[in-house]
Design a protein around this ligand. Sequence first.
Ligand code: DP6
Length: 357
Amino acid sequence: MASSADFKRNTVVNNNINSVAARAHTNIALIKYWGKRDEKLYLPTSTSLSLTLDSLYTDTRVSFDNDLDKDVLYINGELQDEKSTEKVVKVINLFRCRYVADDSPYIRVESYNHVPTAAGLASSSSGFAALSFALRALFENQYLPESDSIDLMNDTELSAFARQGSGSATRSIFGGFVEWVYGTGSSDSVAVPIDDGDWDVAMILAAVSTQRKKISSTYGMKHTAETSAFYPLWKQVSEEDLRVVREGIAERDIDKIGAAMEANCMKFHATMFAANPPFTYLTARSFEIIEYVHELRDSGLSVYFTMDAGPNVKILCRKSERQEIHDKIAQRFADITLFDAASGPAPHIMRDETWDE
Ligand code: DP6
């Protein structure tokens, strides 16, 4: 057993053990997660692979609060209703159970997204990763010193907890390129870091719209898995793309990674075109950017696109060419906001950073 009477995860904000804050970064999938084989445990139908980003993140503070009569969630300062708080409560309860703390006080969760919420810029990945990272420290600081029977939770186990809030959050528990493996069950469908991404690789996110999406990814993937004529092919074709992206990362070959990432993105969106009824997250504006990415590539730049459950386009490129590509896109699409990013780190506990509320 790893616990000890004087244990304290070296993590406490303002030396107040009743409150901990963590920052976690978003990730963008190069090989998509699209479908659950277990809807309660959030087990995926295939392995996915992503890059954690440095410039987009969520800060989350969790506090035990004796005055509360239920767990509460604030996002960007606004109290959320019960429906929006459900998944957060589900994750908190997993921690209560893990740390044998069923009678723990209720928890106040305050989350600030430094990324537009629910607009296909992956705020749920950073959100549930930050929540889980902060909760682990909160519970371990509170309950480990009193107990000889609780094990410390490592990052792999933590990723399985984050997963049950939002699948993509699994991968945000690590930095760089990360796989969320299919696994055999809940304890091994976890994140595995495969490369720190600290080389000539970068992303530009073109925010076509920062509006909340109409069809959530949770619903979109369920509807697709249940009705799409193409879905039975998804696992197999996705595994083939995954193999190529893995090789590309090992070889640091941006063109190999980009081509397979783009192909996977198109197959992923094709599953939705073939759903019943069909739907898509892509808009005319997305296609304009995609065409321009092709144009830039024809001019000799290594530049590739991917898109998730929203109209925003994420562009993979060399870090050394990012500024040039950014400037060209900004010039062509003056009304679109661009976010530059490179490989980002694993979550961390916030100690000295100030809250940007
Ligand atoms: C298209 O992780 O948001 O971004 O697990 O239901 O919360 P839930 O879904 P979520 O889905 C992300 C889907 C995706 C692809 C990906 O990130 O792999």
